[in-house]
Design a protein around this ligand. Structure first.
Ligand code: HEM
Length: 498
């Protein structure tokens, strides 16, 4: 009886505490931000096609937390190092989910993709484990030969066709990832597998733009028949589904066929398909392998190309920095002091021996902000921060661009200046540009950084990068502008030549 009473009392006390907390939370104000339309809230046209810039302007008016609503969805943009660290890192256990997008997850069937999977699902842990095992330093060491081989292909192609460098960078990134992920050797510029994933990346960026589909906020709209005016989204989404399914199935099936013939190259997929114990895979396990493999290409190709395009632009605009990096390389890669020629290409083991080049790579990542608003996170329970209430389900966006362009953190942020990472004690941008908490980029250290190091050092060692000249011999300099997408790009830089 005594125990029963004690449990009863405890339950009442707990319930009062929970109700109290809820009441206290609901009384708190939401963070400040634009209101927008009375019914629909902020609309995509208010955000524009460079959201990071709009969010940065808002942060100057509203502070480091900007809250807004788009139809029924709630958004919180974080624009300071402190807010990002406090919420996305220190409270990662509740800030690492992804927002549910009805269209994308349910209609197009992408809820199991690596990028969208809920952090609360069993698959999330499985995916992270698979990617960790395929992208750790030991695994990558075995793939170094492929990075180096594709680099050489790129260097030779640059010699023949320097004006086409953007396409060559794209091919290099795609070919390296296809080799490592599927053991597939890309030999032509119009490879069918690459075409599949490239099309998918473009479609994903289009479909995931905030506010693109009203049906995301009002799922009942899916019942509108496709012939109804304005319901063109039905046809568009069917097309997306058709394309996107190819990405998971076709390359995976190809690996299985090669394995059955005993003709496969070791790869991320082949290792997971043939686990050390030799046990057979369940349908679920095979499905996880397909999604993670597809995720590596989507996550790795665009991002490294974007960073490399920024590198090219910076070298055109800052020839002195280019020269200084080349001098440092020459002193490491030339045979002896009396020779001023570079006698070999850089290798993985040269990492750590080129402080200026390493600083230059950090500056490429800061100045260019490959994914200026990263991928959105979602909050799984009500929270409170800086005296504000943050409701469960809020989509949380890290404005990495604002962090990287903050003049208090990085004085004179518009200038491309690797020096800032040598002399001044400015924060390492790699702590931010690869994302946060449990969603942090799994390809970060071993893949992305190694790939950038090898590409940048081998290009600097073999070529000079100059601006394009017009018919009158005047230099045409690129403008530091980025076009929208999940990953952003310098618009095609055909105006520069190697
Ligand atoms: C310069 C290169 C790269 C940059 C700047 C970059 C940046 C990012 C960012 C910002 C995120 C989102 C993190 C978050 O939600 O907080 C992310 C996620 C991801 N990245 Fe990268 N990335 C790069 C290269 C790569 C490479 C080379 C791979 C694979 C080979 C890769 C695979 C992924 C995957 C699979 C995710 C999704 C993780 C998840 O949602 O759990 N990335 N990356």
């Amino acid at each position: 009886m005594l125990v029963y009473n004690a449990v009863f009392l405890l339950t009442i006390i707990l319930s009062i505490a929970i109700v109290n907390r809820r009441v206290r939370l609901s009384r708190r104000r939401l963070p400040p931000g634009p209101i927008g339309h009375i019914l629909f809230g902020v609309q995509s046209r208010d955000i524009g096609d460079q959201p990071w810039k709009t969010y940065t302007t808002w942060s100057k008016r509203y502070g480091p937390l900007t809250y807004f609503r788009m139809a029924r969805r709630q958004f919180l943009v974080l624009s300071s190092v402190q807010a990002v660290t406090d919420l996305l890192e220190k409270r990662a256990s509740i800030y690492s989910d992804r927002p549910r997008k009805y269209v994308w997850d349910e209609i197009v069937g992408r809820k199991h993709s690596v990028f969208n999977i809920s952090s609360r699902s069993e698959r999330f842990r499985k995916y992270r484990w698979m990617m960790g095992s395929g992208l750790n330093s030991k695994a990558i060491q075995e793939y170094t030969q492929f990075f180096e081989r594709e680099n050489q292909v790129m260097l030779q192609a640059l010699h023949k066709d320097p004006g086409n460098f953007a396409k060559l960078l794209r091919r290099n990134a795609g070919a390296t990832i296809m080799q490592i992920t599927y053991g597939y050797h890309v030999t032509t510029d119009d490879d069918p597998f690459i075409e599949i994933v490239e099309t998918n990346n473009a479609l994903s960026a289009k479909a995931m733009a905030p506010g693109r589909y009203l049906v995301d906020s009002f799922p009942f709209l899916r019942f509108i028949p496709s012939w109804f005016p304005g319901a063109h989204f039905h046809a568009e989404l069917k097309e997306f589904q058709r394309y996107l399914n190819r990405e998971n199935e076709i390359p995976y099936r190809w690996v299985r066929e090669q394995m059955a013939k005993g003709a496969h190259d070791e790869s991320f997929v082949s290792r997971l398909v043939l686990p050390p114990g030799g046990q057979t895979l369940s349908w679920e396990e095979e499905d996880c392998i397909k999604w993670t493999a597809a995720g590596l290409y989507s996550g790795g190709a665009d991002t490294t190309v974007s960073a490399m395009l920024t590198f090219f632009m910076a070298m055109v605009l800052y020839p002195n920095i280019q020269r200084r990096a080349q001098d440092e390389l020459a002193s490491l890669l030339s045979k002896g002091q009396e020779e001023d020629c570079i006698c070999r290409l850089s290798r993985t083991k040269d990492r750590g021996k080129l402080p200026y080049v390493e600083a230059l790579i950090k500056e490429v990542l800061r100045w260019g902000s490959v994914a200026p608003v990263a991928l959105p996170h979602s909050l799984v329970q009500d929270d409170e921060y800086m005296g504000y209430r943050i409701p469960k389900g809020t989509t949380v966006i890290a404005n990495i661009w604002a962090l990287m362009q903050d003049p208090y953190t990085y004085p004179n942020p518009e200038a491309f200046n690797p020096e800032r990472f040598l002399s001044a004690n400015q924060p390492d941008p790699r702590s931010f540009v690869f994302g946060f908490g449990r969603r942090m980029c799994p390809g970060r250290q071993q893949f992305a950084e190694l790939s950038l190091f090898l590409q940048i050092t081998s290009i600097l060692a073999t070529y000079n990068i100059f601006p394009y000249l017009d018919w009158d011999g005047k230099e045409i300099l690129p403008v530091r502008e980025y076009v929208n997408g999940i990953v952003t790009y310098v618009p095609p830089l055909q105006d520069s030549l190697v």
